[in-house]
Design a protein around this ligand. Structure first.
Ligand code: ADP
Length: 465
């Protein structure tokens, strides 16, 4: 069995399908032919048996005793059924109790006596094949005085059955041949799209993911396979594009502070300077270095998140306790810009998460709120319990974010054009990181923004169970 399996493994599906198809069809044809044959044989035999029975029962009523032995009354008065049968290869005869043939009418198809004498049907082979029905002839005392036998040659029936067998044996290979051809045709037709998929897949290289199978056939399993393959290619293409853009953006973001650093260094070193000038240059250089550190930290975080290597030490966290120090931290910056910061966090409200990641999340969102709220604006922090967990809203006044940017805000390096040149020092990675953190918590983050009203970031986090 094992070696058969190994051998089959190397055979193309097309041939395997056809072979299975052939095997099943062959078995069905063979079994149904066999069934028909047996049914036919039975019906022929039973019609012979019926005729024999009728003849015997009619003949029995036409028997008399002559010289102590049974004999037919008058052959002219033979029962009609027997007469009819006598035209075919049929014999009706009387035997002595010992089995000696005393009298016989008909074709004398079987001259010899049967081997055993007992009431009932027998099929015997003597030169030819015969069907015999034997009945005892009894006198008035119930004594067996002889036997009556109706004998029918089965030659014609056997010939008919033989013909049928030959026909079946001739038809079977023809049917198998036709089935085989049909199987090859069907297998070819069914598997052709798979060949197409294989060819397309072979043509696709990593540098060119724009190929598609674009299958036009019916929407069956293969149609769906082709579609799934196409959509997988689309996803891969999009992922490759994203990856390329990300590398390009990262290189660009790294180059900007480095160029500024180099420029400031060159200018400062171009001639001797006063101590205060060196100090202010170093301070400016320090800011660029901070920016580079922030950027590389953000990139490191995203890369760890992509590789599912972020640390994850979740626990039950009191939201007010977590947010208070973060608000404290951003307050000086907010005051610098005359912003009003209001918080409404119910005491004792708990979330389930990782403290370090949640601090980073809210720091990013609050830092953005401070950066992007116009001077003298408002920032409101509101939290409440909802059926799905805890809902936290960070709203700020301002012009709002134009609708066309909303869907891209959480993409890496995405920045609203007008904010790019605003000198906020942002990298465009803050919201992408926020999103990764929320997803890590199996929460949700989204943004609502009303033109001229302001912006609201909404975070849904799970509660401890
Ligand atoms: P950045 O480092 O530029 O702040 P983010 O990913 O944090 O990057 O934010 C992406 C963009 O979303 C920002 O450039 C800004 O245009 C917009 N944005 C983020 N937060 C706010 C906010 N609270 N109000 C208005 N715009 C915002």
């Amino acid at each position: 069995m094992k070696s058969l399996k190994i051998k089959l493994d190397g055979i193309p599906i097309k041939i395997r399908l056809t072979l299975w198809y052939l095997l099943l069809a062959g078995m069905v044809v063979l079994l149904s032919g066999l069934y028909e044959y047996i049914q036919f044989q039975r019906s022929l035999y039973s019609s012979v048996d019926q005729s024999l029975e009728i003849s015997v029962s009619q003949a029995l009523s036409n028997i008399d005793m002559a010289n102590g032995l049974p004999a037919f009354q008058n052959t002219e008065n033979q029962p009609t059924a027997s007469k009819m049968l006598l035209q075919s290869e049929f014999t009706i005869r009387i035997l002595s109790p010992e089995g000696k043939v005393l009298e016989s009418i008909g074709d004398k198809v079987l001259n010899a006596a049967t081997d055993s004498l007992s009431a009932g049907y027998q099929t015997i082979q003597k030169d030819d094949l015969y069907r015999v029905l034997t009945q005892p002839i009894q006198d008035t005392d119930g004594q067996i005085v002889g036997w009556l036998q109706a004998v029918q040659s089965l030659e014609v029936i056997e010939e008919t059955l033989g013909n049928m067998r030959t026909k079946l044996l001739l038809v079977l290979p023809v049917i198998l041949l036709l089935t085989g051809l049909g199987g090859v045709f069907l297998a070819n037709r069914t598997l052709r799209p798979i060949d197409q998929i294989t060819r397309t897949a072979a043509e696709i290289g990593a540098s060119d993911l724009s190929h598609r199978i674009s299958y036009q056939g019916s929407q069956d399993e293969i149609g769906r396979l082709a579609q799934t393959f196409d959509s997988m290619l689309s996803r891969l293409e999009a992922a490759f594009k994203r990856e390329r853009r990300f590398t390009g953006d990262a290189a660009h973001e790294l180059r900007t502070p480095l160029t500024v650093l180099k420029g400031q260094l060159d200018v400062t070193l171009s001639k001797p300077r006063k101590k205060t000038e060196y100090e202010s240059t170093l301070q400016a250089l320090g800011e660029q270095v901070d920016r580079l550190i922030r950027l590389s930290n953000a990139l490191l975080f995203l890369s760890r998140s992509d590789q599912k290597q972020l640390s994850w030490e979740p626990g039950s966290i009191n939201l007010a306790d977590l947010l208070d120090p973060i608000v404290e931290q951003i307050l000086p910056l907010a005051l610098e810009r005359n912003l009003t910061v209001r918080t409404n966090i119910p005491a004792g409200l708990l979330v389930y998460g990782d403290t370090d990641h949640l601090i980073r999340l809210f720091l990013n969102l609050l830092d953005n709120a401070v950066k992007y709220t116009p001077k003298e604006g408002d920032i409101v922090l509101h939290a409440e319990e909802v059926p799905s967990g805890v809902r936290l809203e960070i709203s700020n006044s301002g012009d709002g974010i134009p609708q066309e940017h909303i869907q891209h805000l959480f993409e890496r390096f995405y920045r609203v054009e007008s904010d790019r040149s605003s000198g906020t020092g942002g990298t465009g990675l803050g919201l992408a990181i926020a999103r990764e953190i929320v997803l890590l918590h199996q929460g949700e983050i989204f943004v609502e923004s009303e033109p001229g009203q302001g912006t609201k970031f909404i975070v849904l986090l799970p509660q401890p169970t």
